[in-house]
Design a protein around this ligand. Structure first.
Ligand code: IDP
Ligand code: MG
Length: 149
């Protein structure tokens, strides 16, 4: 099973889209194993977005993610990283497919509502930044046999 970090970014919280974003991930069949409502500090933002240091949008990105609270979550599932990313849609919301979170609720790259880890290594690193291991819950879900063969 893969675990992945998902953030509802400040625009998602401010716009009242937390519930709809969680609903889409639940409905897809992913399993929630950790969740917190929190303010991202500039220090945490710098660690989380270290791969983007030096890019033209970096300072604006740190301002954005620290501007207001976020909902941080860990979701689990087979191919969970890819399943989350296809549910989120393309980074640039202007071209994200309808039916995706970004394609249905957002219009530009700088206000694209959600974060999802992009690979197993970044997922492990990002989960470690946002959650202590005892904040993740290992629980059996009865519906699993109706979601996967
Ligand atoms: P991802 O969130 O789809 O994985 P990344 O390329 O990892 O996309 O970029 C991280 C975040 O940085 C994006 O979600 C978006 O918020 C922001 N970002 C990326 N490129 C741009 C840009 O060209 N202008 C403004 N913000 C950007
Ligand atoms: Mg990314």
């Amino acid at each position: 099973m893969e675990q992945t970090l998902v953030l509802v970014k400040p625009d998602g919280v401010q716009r009242g889209l937390v519930g709809q974003i969680i609903t889409r991930l639940e409905r897809r069949g992913l399993k929630l194993i950790g969740m917190k409502f929190m303010q991202v500090t500039r220090e945490l933002a710098a660690s989380h977005y270290e791969a983007h240091v030096g890019k033209p949008f970096y300072e604006g990105l740190v301002d954005y993610i620290t501007s207001s609270p976020v909902v941080a979550m860990v979701w689990e599932g087979k191919d969970g990283i890819q399943v989350v990313r296809t549910t989120m849609g393309a980074t640039n919301a202007a071209v994200a497919a309808p039916g995706t979170i970004r394609g249905d609720f957002a219009v530009e790259i700088g206000r694209n509502l959600v974060h999802g880890s992009d690979g197993p290594e970044s997922a492990a690193r990002e989960i470690g930044l946002f959650f202590a291991s005892d904040e993740l819950v290992n629980w059996p879900r009865e519906a699993d046999r109706w979601i996967r063969e």
